[in-house]
Ligand binder design. Structure first.
Ligand code: KG4
Ligand code: ZN
Length: 374
């Protein structure tokens, strides 16, 4: 082990993933363990907060232990412990935060409080470090798009010593549902299983995205805000107006109950009309996300665009961003799937910038479910 490198343990438990990771110098991921709760929440079609907290309690100790073992270090080798303080579900946050706090106190190590959204921004830089690719140039516009968040930030450099320290300005965000939530709710309406994003992503490729025109959400006072609850309702009305769709919905429900999940199995149970509906829904969401983010980037004079969070894995979102941003001479950066979805490596990387700035916490640290990013 290199004696001069700084080792940060990251702990993440803001939603439905219990995660721990060890990152060296905010750049090299030595281990990253994620225990997903998808199987637990699947039958409810969304995250159930009480079940999430209970599962975090079961997972936190083995997940941290595995992260330490896989990094081939001991807890005493750590230089600091970074925990997610918010935003997120309070009961879920409390588990990781309390465990991290206790660990920091017991080991006599500094404690760092990380904003989960800052973690998603740092994930993009972590990816560039891992692959050796060019780092995004600042100022940049970051779209964080997941099951819990859909928000645009302008990210600026505030470092005076070369460390990766950012300041954040919120440019816009969703007024109601997050984009990932809309995917999950539409998947539920159409009986496509949970989570809905990956299945809709694959099925959309087989439909006509121009078949149905959904009205664009009207938000009068901001052209950078989103609204996704309207499109979910529009899909519901479409299903009600076309009762023949209900037969296939029932057939898919039965198939899912038999354990036949995933895009390939479900595609056989989708008529062209359903595939068109899925493709049109996705096109509307993607167009919305891309156009607002590009407008924000142009206004800010951004040199790059970062897209992070679970929905950043979406094939059409990636392709559309790359194509449209290129026309404006702006480079787009996406983390790999592992760094895009909730993980603790991004928390450790964001924690490193707090460590470098000496922003330490004490035992009074509490979770903040609506923690703003500044
Ligand atoms: O970041 P994440 O793992 O968890 C949080 O929500 O914090 O994101 C999960 C969300 C789910 O809503 C899921 O449906 C969506 O991301 N998702 C996708 C894709 N993969 C995951 N949405 C669209 N296309 C995908 N390929
Ligand atoms: Zn997240």
């Amino acid at each position: 082990m290199n004696a001069t490198q700084k080792l940060i343990l990251g702990i993440e438990s803001s939603c439905d993933e219990t995660a721990a990771a060890v990152v060296a110098d905010g750049e090299r991921v030595l281990s990253s363990i994620v225990a997903s709760q998808i199987e637990i929440h699947r039958k409810y079609g969304g995250v159930v907060p009480e079940l999430a907290s209970r599962e975090h309690l079961r997972q936190i100790v083995p997940v941290v232990r595995e992260a330490i073992d896989q990094a081939h270090i001991t807890l005493h080798d750590l230089d600091a412990i970074a925990v997610t303080q918010g935003p997120g579900l309070v009961g879920a946050l409390l588990v990781g935060l309390t465990y991290g706090k206790a660990l920091a106190l017991a080991l006599g190590k500094p404690l760092l409080a990380v904003n989960h959204l800052a973690g998603h921004v740092h994930a993009v830089f972590l990816e560039a470090c891992a692959t050796g690719d060019r780092r995004p140039e600042l100022p940049t516009i970051c779209l964080i798009v997941s099951g819990g968040h859909t928000v645009i930030y302008e990210v600026q450099n505030k470092s005076t010593n070369g460390a990766r320290q950012f300041s954040y300005t919120r440019i816009g965000g969703t007024r109601d549902d997050a984009a990932g939530e809309a995917y999950d709710k539409v998947a539920r309406l159409l009986a496509l299983g949970y989570p809905g994003g990956p299945v809709i992503d694959q099925l959309a490729a087989h439909g006509n995205p121009h078949a149905i025109r959904f009205a664009e959400p009207k938000i009068r006072d901001s052209h950078h805000d989103f609204s996704f609850s309207g499109i979910k309702t529009a899909v519901l009305y479409h299903i009600q107006k076309h009762p023949e769709l209900q037969l296939e919905i029932n057939a898919r429900k039965e198939a899912i109950a038999r354990g036949e999940r995933g895009a390939e199995a479900l595609r056989k149970l989708c008529t062209p009309a359903t595939l068109d509906l899925i493709a049109s829904f996705q096109r509307s969401v993607v167009t919305n996300l891309v156009s607002s983010t590009l407008a924000a980037a142009q206004e800010a004079g951004a040199r790059s665009i970062l897209v992070s969070g679970g929905v950043a894995a979406n094939t059409e979102l990636r392709a559309t961003f790359e194509r449209e941003a290129k026309k404006l001479n702006i480079e787009t950066f996406f983390p790999s799937r592992a760094l895009s979805t909730d993980n603790a490596a991004m928390i450790a990387a964001a924690g490193y910038s707090l460590f470098a700035a000496g922003h330490f916490q004490d035992a009074t640290l509490d979770p903040v479910p609506n923690l703003p990013l500044v």
